[in-house]
Design a protein around this ligand. Structure first.
Ligand SMILES: [Zn+2]
Length: 184
């Protein structure tokens, strides 16, 4: 391969310009060539180790998947979230758990499956977009005055019946028609 050609090249290791004598020369010097070789070997080793870690993790997950009763840590591994998050999901009732004793929380596999089978990111029962005109709506205060209902009672009623609300400035409007039907 040797020839008397001179080609300007950039060393692939130190990134300095050098004059190459062959078209396939990649490095400016033996030093760079051997350093590059070492780096390559190291990368291969790292990759191998990463793969190994990944395999172990997968095996671990498979083991968890076979369990009927899961620990909080198992669930966090399965869901790929923190232990704290799992506790929060348990607290807010998303995941049903059994508290056998202090620090002995178990989650039934089937319960977790139920949670995981729930459609993802489905918007929480959005109120139907009945975009009624606010002139066809009451403000909450109007309803309270007209029907003698308390603020909390009204809020409960709106929530329970999933009554659409339209906000306009500081006021929230709900459709007169629905309210009249419900309260008269
Ligand atoms: Zn070099």
């Amino acid at each position: 391969m040797s020839s008397n050609i001179e080609i300007k090249r950039i060393c692939q290791f130190c990134e300095q310009e050098f004059i190459a004598r062959t078209t396939v020369t990649k490095y400016c010097s033996l030093k760079c060539s051997s350093r590059a070789y070492k780096a390559r070997t190291r990368n291969i080793k790292i990759e191998k180790s990463n793969k190994e870690t990944h395999r172990t993790q997968n095996e671990h997950i498979e083991k968890i998947k076979a369990k009927e009763f899961l620990t909080v840590r198992d669930v966090s591994n399965l869901l790929g979230c923190s232990i704290r998050t799992v506790y929060r999901l348990i607290e807010n009732g998303t995941i049903k758990a059994v508290n056998l004793a202090e620090r002995l929380t178990r989650i039934k596999r089937s319960e977790l499956n139920k949670v995981m089978e729930q459609p993802r990111n489905e918007p929480k029962k959005k109120a139907d977009p009945i975009p009624f005109h606010i002139k066809d709506g009451y403000t909450l205060t109007e309803i309270e005055d007209k029907f003698g209902i308390s603020e909390s009672g009204l809020k409960y009623l709106i929530k329970k019946n999933n009554i659409p609300k339209v906000k306009n400035g500081r006021y929230a409007y709900v459709p007169k028609k629905v309210i009249d039907e419900l309260l008269t």
